[in-house]
Design a protein. Structure first.
Length: 255
């Protein structure tokens, strides 16, 4: 039985990931703050022949993270994969209040670091495991204040941890979505790809780990252009983030 932890699993991208992974032979440990929604996701997974353990968790709370890891390991003594999906968006401007800045950093950066610190010793001991961090295209193209800052930092952390663990059997992949059709994003944009495209990328990364996956693929060109022609990106995005949000902007913990 393969044991996978998915944070932010109560809705949006996290729910899609959990449902995708919740097939026979898999136990998905669901983590999010909303207990009722977690129970619904768990029920759906079990109805499709998978197994699920719902663990109401605030990833900003170290004690809650410890409880989550203990509950996951209690399934069969292993943790085979961790999907760091929980995240929040925020205002595009650097002028955001301290309270908002702290919340975005706590959820988007400190929590994934805390969870990686918790599972890496276990995975090294069992000589195998997969970590998938959900970043954002906004972690490649800086257009959204503190949100982009956390996603840039998560990208650097992912690269660092992957290199640190080379040869141990533990792999680390970064999945970077652009705009995805979550309920929050659909209020402002139409015809967006659904969260299933991210779930498929995560499933693929667990089966065949690699460094980085950008979804949808059309955003690869934007990333390449922003890196190759930063002055052009400056002109395109000048003054816009504070008014309209950002590439890959999220506003829900479940994304």
């Amino acid at each position: 039985m393969t044991v996978v932890i998915v944070t932010g699993a109560s809705s949006g991208i996290g729910e899609a990931i959990a449902r995708r992974l919740g097939r026979p032979g898999m136990t998905v440990v669901l983590a999010a703050r909303r207990e009722a929604e977690l129970a619904q996701v768990a029920s759906a997974i079990e109805g499709n022949g998978g197994a699920a353990v719902a663990v109401p968790t605030d990833v900003r709370d170290p004690k809650a993270v410890t409880e989550l890891i203990d509950r996951a390991r209690a399934v069969n003594g292993r943790i085979d994969a961790l999907v760091n999906n929980a995240g929040v968006g925020g205002p595009g401007s650097i002028l955001a209040d301290d309270e908002i800045v702290d919340r975005v950093i706590d959820v988007n950066l400190r929590a994934p670091i805390r969870l990686m610190r918790a599972v890496v010793p276990i995975m090294r001991e069992q000589r195998g495991g997969t970590i998938v961090n959900i970043g954002s295209v906004a972690g490649e193209v800086g257009v959204s204040g503190i949100y982009s800052a956390t996603k840039f930092a998560l990208r650097g952390m992912t690269d660092s941890v992957r290199r640190e663990l080379l040869g141990t059997g533990v792999t680390v992949t970064l999945v970077e979505p652009g705009y995805i059709g979550t309920p929050a994003n659909l209020r402002n944009r139409k015809n967006l790809p659904g969260p299933e495209i991210v779930a498929a990328a995560v499933d693929s990364a667990i089966k065949r780990p690699r460094r980085r996956i950008i979804v949808p693929g059309k955003y690869r060109a934007a990333v390449l252009a922003a890196n190759a022609l930063p002055m052009l990106a400056d002109r395109i995005y000048a003054g816009k983030p504070a008014k309209r949000g950002s590439l890959g902007h999220r506003s829900e913990t479940g994304r």
